[in-house]
Every structure is written in structure tokens, then in C-alpha cells.
Design a protein around this ligand. Structure first.
Ligand SMILES: Nc1nc2c(c(=O)[nH]1)N[C@H]1C(S)=C(S)[C@@H](COP(=O)(O)O)O[C@H]1N2
Ligand SMILES: [Mo]
Length: 490
């Protein structure tokens, strides 16, 4: 089923995917799986009805579904034995169950009706409990029980298949990461404003947004993990996990963001990443003439196309193994991912990393580019109002506003607010941890009872203000000012 789901994810137009992400947030996969479960239940019912009308018609429906599943699995970039066996097994089981249920049904309908002696006397007397109910109910319960057994066996099988992920979880929990040769610069005093209702300056791992096309989290064993550097290089390289951990690691705070983040949205997070600079590895490999892109590939075949220049300039683009002091969580790319300051995740932040192919934009494309998203994805300067939180009552007097602003790799120089489209008023900008992270800001406003529209605008350290004109997230990131309405009560 995840094979079918993956193919659905691959096939849906970006607009539909945007909609799904918007409606279901990061729970879109769960929604997709639930939707497919419902669709499968409907299909099963259809198969039952058809089989009742015409023999083998229901079997055919299930078989076709199995073949569709198989085709979907084979169409995926990464095919495993399990993935091929599952749709066949599912279809086979489905047909067997249907056959058995049909034979039970025939038994019931052809069972001879039992003689019911009419009560000899008074009509007013209630009829005795029908003896017919007994055996029929028993048959029904048998069928139900049989169904439950099949479901349980299926469930056990699924759990067994998930065992791989559990094993990797275990390995991760025992893994000790090296300390950084170059630790992160200390967080400046006052960088965290601690306003009530504001997100923490560093996002805890369990709260960190998650976006990827993987329906089941890839289980990658660090002991067998290898990163290959291929393509337009003087020397191809194969790097194993132990060798990577022995490299001089650096630790840096970097705020990463999704291109699907709406203005004011929460598909953005700030973490302390531990890793080895990508530029060091690329320098070892020696990119050759004409190369201008690195196509990074994940264990599950997903790819991102990143400008070579961004991975070789002075920014701290990392081959990351640690997130906020622990190994990467499985869903954030364990054991190794990329983190690139200044680029949206879809063109840079490959999780479950397995390959860096040095190539050219003219020759290769990342996963999302042919699906309606821009080839290049620099993060757009943006800002967000977090306080006062929507839905919290606001009383007249001094009202504290606060939020975040970001322009990774460039940095933020100022944040301003305006009320009802009036003059822009400067907010207090907290020191950022670095130019690669978001900055917190706050600004008290004195408000009398009434309705207000509040907007925020950030300007980067080159003096360029964020774009006012509203645009959608596709193809290269949303623009416009985050705007909130506040109802001030007396
Ligand atoms: N393997 C893989 N890596 C991926 C993706 C993906 O679909 N598959 N999605 C990217 C996108 S679009 C984003 S925004 C970031 C999100 O990283 P996070 O889930 O750790 O927040 O991962 C990137 N890395
Ligand atoms: Mo993304």
C-alpha cells in the first residue's frame, strides 16, 4: 500500500500536493493512508457485490488492484523484495478471503429453513425465541472471527516488516557522536526574548517540522551506510560512517525552511547541526570543468539539485549527523543528511543521504523540478508575527507583539510593524545566533479598543526589504507581508 501511496505522491500535480500539505499539515501522509484504507474497503465491498452477481468478477477486481500495486512498486526508484512480494501477497489473501466468504454465504442462503411449530394456543402469546438465530449467528461470528484472524496475521506481518526501522532506532539510541572540533559560537545574550506564546529560539527535535515524500521512514543502518561522490570529479570517493565521524566536525545553528511554507506558516525550524562541511568532501573529490550542480540522492531515490557554488563557498553547508546534540532522528534523515544555509529544503536538505553526483543543471534535475517547482530555491527573506497568538484575548493598553524574521546566509538588519497600513515602526531586533538563523523581534504598541490589522516586514543585512507583493508557494516560495487581525477589548 505504501508503494501505491508513493506512486500517488509522485504522480499528483504540485498544486494538489500543496493543497494536501496545507489541509493536513505534516499529517498529510496519515491522511493519505487513511484515505487509501477507505478506498480499499470500498473496493473490497465492490468485489464482494460483483462476485455475488457473477463468479470471478470480484476476484478480477482484486487481481487488478494487486497488479496496480505491483506496477506502483516497480515504478518506485527503490525496489526491495518485500515491496514486490507485498501487493501479490495482499491480492492473493484478498482473493482467498473473498472465496471463503462467498462459500460461507452460499452455505447460509442454501441452508434449509427450520420447521417452526406454530404455538398451539393463544395468539396473544409472544413467539418463543427463534431457534434459527442460533446456527446463523454462529456462522456469522465464525466469518467475523476468520476475518479478524486474517487482519491480525496481516498486522503481524506489517509489524515484522517494520522491524528493520526498530532495529535502526536501537542502533541510533546507542550511537555516541564525536564532539565538534569547531563548536557552535555561543548564543548571544538576549537572542531569546521569552515572550509568552513565542516559539523557542532553538526548535526541539520532536517539534521540528517534517516534510518528505517517504511514506515509511527509510531505515538506514550506519554500519552499511556509504556516501558516494560521483560524476564530474577527478576522484570518485566512497565514505563510510566511521570515516565520516572521524573528520573534524563543526557544529552550527541553521534555520531550515520548506518552500511550501505559507506566509506566517510553521514549516520552518532552527536546530543545532553537527556535521562535516560539504566543501571539504568536494575539495577531496575535485569537481571538474563545467560542473555547476550537485545532485544529492537519498536512500529512497529522492534527489535535490544544489548549485555547486553554494556547496563550495564559505557558508557552512553540512554533511550532518547530529541535531540538537543527538544523532539525527530517523524522520530527519538518520544517519546522514545535508543542511545548507540559505536554500529551501527541496533543493538542498537531502535526508538519508547516499550520493553526491557532481553534474550540471543542463544534464540533471532534482526531484521537484519537473513537478512544477523552480530549479533554484534560495530562501526568500521573510518574517512572522507569533504574539499575540491568534484567538488569545487582547486588552486595551500596551500590547506586546513579537515574532521571528529570517534571511539565511545574509542576515536580518531590521524588522518593522505597521498598524492599519500606517507608517512602518521599527521593532526591537534581538541579536541573531548567526546570519544563518532566524532572529526574534518584539515591539510594544499602545492600542485602544477596536479592530486592527497588523503587518510585519523584515529587511536583510544588504538593505533589501522583503517582497510586499503576495505570491503563492509554487514555484519558488511565498512572498507578501504576514498580516494578522487583532480585536482589542476594553
Ligand atoms: N530524502 C528526502 N529528503 C528530503 C525531502 C524528501 O522528500 N526526501 N524533502 C526535503 C524538503 S522539501 C524539506 S523542506 C526538508 C525538510 O526537512 P525536515 O523534515 O528535517 O524538516 O527535507 C528535504 N529533504
Ligand atoms: Mo520542502
Amino acid at each position: 500500500m505504501t508503494g501505491v501511496g508513493g506512486a500517488v505522491i509522485d504522480a499528483v500535480p504540485p498544486a494538489v500536493k500543496d493543497w494536501a500539505v496545507a489541509v493536513f499539515g505534516t499529517a498529510d501522509k496519515l491522511a493519505l493512508l487513511l484515505g487509501m484504507a477507505l478506498a480499499i474497503a470500498a473496493l473490497a465491498a465492490l468485489a464482494g457485490v460483483l462476485e455475488g452477481r457473477r463468479r470471478f468478477a470480484g476476484f478480477a477486481v482484486i487481481a487488478v488492484f494487486g497488479l496496480v500495486g505491483l506496477a506502483a512498486v516497480l515504478g518506485r526508484a527503490q525496489v526491495t523484495g518485500n515491496a514486490i512480494a507485498l501487493p501479490l501477497l495482499a491480492a492473493g489473501t484478498g482473493i482467498a478471503v473473498l472465496r471463503w466468504l462467498m462459500s460461507r454465504l452460499r452455505d447460509w442462503t442454501t441452508a434449509p429453513a427450520r420447521e417452526q411449530p406454530a404455538p398451539a394456543t393463544a395468539r396473544e402469546q409472544p413467539a418463543p425465541p427463534s431457534p434459527v438465530a442460533g446456527p446463523d449467528r454462529r456462522r456469522f461470528l465464525q466469518a467475523l472471527g476468520g476475518g479478524a484472524v486474517v487482519a491480525t496475521v496481516g498486522g503481524v506481518l506489517a509489524v515484522w516488516l517494520r522491524g528493520a526501522a526498530a532495529g535502526v532506532s536501537e542502533i541510533r539510541s546507542k550511537l555516541a557522536l564525536p564532539s565538534a572540533a569547531s563548536p557552535a559560537p555561543p548564543v548571544p545574550a538576549g537572542a531569546e526574548l521569552r515572550l509568552d506564546g513565542m516559539d523557542p529560539l532553538v526548535t526541539p527535535n520532536p517539534d521540528f517540522y517534517r516534510i518528505d515524500t517517504a511514506l515509511t521512514v527509510p531505515a538506514v543502518d550506519p554500519d552499511t551506510w556509504i556516501l558516494r561522490v560521483t560524476g564530474l570529479v577527478e576522484r570518485e570517493i566512497e565514505l563510510d560512517f566511521a570515516t565520516l565521524l572521524a573528520k573534524p566536525m563543526i557544529e552550527r545553528h541553521v534555520t531550515i525552511a520548506c518552500v511550501s511554507n505559507e506566509v506566517g506558516g510553521d514549516l520552518i525550524g532552527n536546530a543545532l547541526w553537527l556535521g562535516w562541511p560539504v566543501r571539504e568532501l568536494l575539495a577531496m573529490a575535485g569537481p571538474t570543468g563545467g560542473a555547476d550542480m550537485v545532485l544529492s540522492r537519498s536512500k529512497d531515490g529522492w534527489t535535490a539539485g544544489t548549485p555547486l557554488e553554494v556547496l563550495t563557498d564559505d557558508r557552512d553547508a553540512l554533511i550532518a549527523v547530529g541535531m540538537n546534540g543527538e544523532p539525527l532522528p530517523l524522520e530527519h534523515g538518520f544517519p546522514v543528511r545535508l543542511v545548507v544555509p540559505g536554500l529551501y529544503g527541496y533543493v538542498s536538505a537531502t535526508k538519508w543521504l547516499t550520493e553526491l553526483k557532481v553534474t550540471r543543471f543542463a544534464d540533471d534535475v532534482g526531484y521537484w523540478t519537473p513537478r512544477g517547482w523552480s530549479e533554484r530555491g534560495p530562501i526568500k527573506t521573510s518574517s512572522r508575527i507569533d504574539v499575540p497568538r491568534a484567538g488569545r484575548p487582547v486588552r486595551a493598553g500596551t500590547v506586546m507583539f513579537g515574532g521571528v524574521a529570517w534571511a539565511q546566509y545574509t542576515g536580518i538588519s531590521k524588522v518593522e510593524l505597521r498598524v492599519n497600513r500606517g507608517a512602518w515602526q521599527a521593532a526591537d531586533l534581538a541579536p541573531g545566533i548567526s546570519r544563518d538563523t532566524w532572529y526574534q523581534w518584539q515591539r510594544p504598541l499602545s492600542l485602544t479598543p477596536g479592530q486592527y490589522e497588523i503587518q510585519v516586514r523584515a529587511t536583510d543585512l544588504k538593505g533589501v526589504p522583503q517582497i510586499e507583493e503576495r505570491s503563492q508557494v509554487a514555484p519558488d516560495g511565498a512572498t507578501g507581508f504576514h498580516t494578522i487581525r487583532v480585536e482589542v477589548s476594553p
